[in-house]
Design a protein around this ligand. Structure first.
Ligand code: AFP
Length: 343
């Protein structure tokens, strides 16, 4: 899907560039494109609009709070997580573009019901990342990635289609539900951000060709876990917040929703880290639908994404809900962190 040609309209439009126009423009420049990818993306954008609308009304419509059930990660599932998951599944399954899906909220691969066509793409998603923020009106988001299927066309997709490395991602993105809602995506060549205009009901290109600064001034990590980290991570945090002759002390910002913390990191620079610790020995964040899509975006914007040892995009997944440590952000900041904490 990636191309050396920069994507975007040939000339300025008086009404701005909608996400749909951006996608169609891409499709026209790719002679082999069938419209499948554009169709899938339009469904993702529809799901994002529905979820965003419900998120903005959450306090009014009585869907805040816990359902009382637990998800496959052993966490309590909130009603909005269920809603977001069901919305994506039901919008995408009937579209004929995917053959299987993987979701943070569902233990097994999500099959496409037999009455619908089995498509050529594979969709993985975290329907509502940062759900701990729902009840306090702080930003939350949806993260997704798209791969091509590995199994035979026309047949139901399998776990094999889901267990693909991030390096084989065709497109990835996130939607942030915040002071405004934004959809940010990449097909590997550039990263573009679209802001939702609720009056019109469309995402408009607002942040074309996002490039992460080479170095930032913010570090983002749950420092309450300091005593649980490896010594290298503790030394790096001690170093980064201390002023020295060569550098100012970095500021700490941590929202507790990966989408929100990485959105800031992409736009402002700096580093986001969730290392392994004594409780989460493999890290906390999920490889396939959190770390890989975000690593794909960070790298496409000029940044670095590592698990402490290797590029996240080169990890061969073994399980659907696998976890990984993450060190992501501005290349110089990640290089500094890995000097202390890389293993
Ligand atoms: P939830 O979606 O369960 O709220 O988890 C959010 C998350 O996976 C990620 O978005 C955050 O960066 C991280 O967990 C926060 O974890 P801590 O609360 O342990 O800092």
């Amino acid at each position: 899907m990636s191309s050396a040609v920069s994507i975007g309209p040939a000339h300025d439009s008086p009404i701005g560039t909608t996400l749909e126009r951006h996608l169609l423009d891409r499709q026209r420049r790719m002679s082999e494109a069938t419209g499948d990818f554009t169709g899938l993306f339009q469904q993702i954008s529809l799901a994002a609009k529905i979820i965003g609308s419900r998120v903005s009304k959450a306090g009014l419509s009585g869907i805040l709070g816990l359902t009382g059930t637990t998800n496959v990660q052993g966490e309590q599932v909130q009603k909005l997580d269920d809603f977001a998951n069901n919305t994506i599944v039901s919008v995408v399954e009937a579209g004929g573009h995917v053959c299987v899906m993987g979701s943070e909220e569902v233990e097994e691969p999500i099959q496409i019901p037999s009455q619908y066509p089995q498509g050529k793409y594979v969709l993985q998603f975290d329907p509502l990342d940062g759900s701990g923020n729902i009840d306090i009106n702080a930003s939350i988001g949806t993260i997704f990635s798209i791969h091509r299927r590995l199994t035979q066309d026309g047949t139901p997709g399998t776990l094999k289609d889901l267990l693909q490395p991030g390096g084989d991602i065709v497109a990835a993105g996130y939607v942030i539900y915040g002071s405004s809602n934004m959809l940010v995506y990449s097909t590997g060549d550039q990263v573009d951000g679209f802001t939702y205009d609720p009056g019109v009901g469309e995402f408009f290109l607002s942040h074309p060709k996002i490039r992460i600064p080479k170095r930032g001034g913010i570090y983002s990590i749950n420092e309450g876990n300091y005593h649980k980290w490896d010594e290298g991570v503790r030394k790096w945090v001690d170093w980064i917040k201390a002023p020295s002759e060569n550098k100012k002390a970095y500021s700490l910002r941590y929202i507790g929703a990966m989408v929100a913390d990485l959105h800031r990191t992409l736009l402002r620079g700096g580093i986001f880290v969730y290392p392994r610790d004594v409780k989460n020995k493999q890290g906390k964040l999920r490889l396939l639908y959190e770390a890989c899509p975000m690593a794909f975006l960070v790298e496409a914007s000029g940044g670095t994404a590592s698990n402490g040892k290797t590029r996240i995009l080169t990890i061969e997944p073994k399980e659907l809900h696998q976890r990984t440590p993450v060190f992501m952000g501005s290349p110089d900041d990640v290089a500094d962190a890995l000097r202390f904490a890389g293993s």
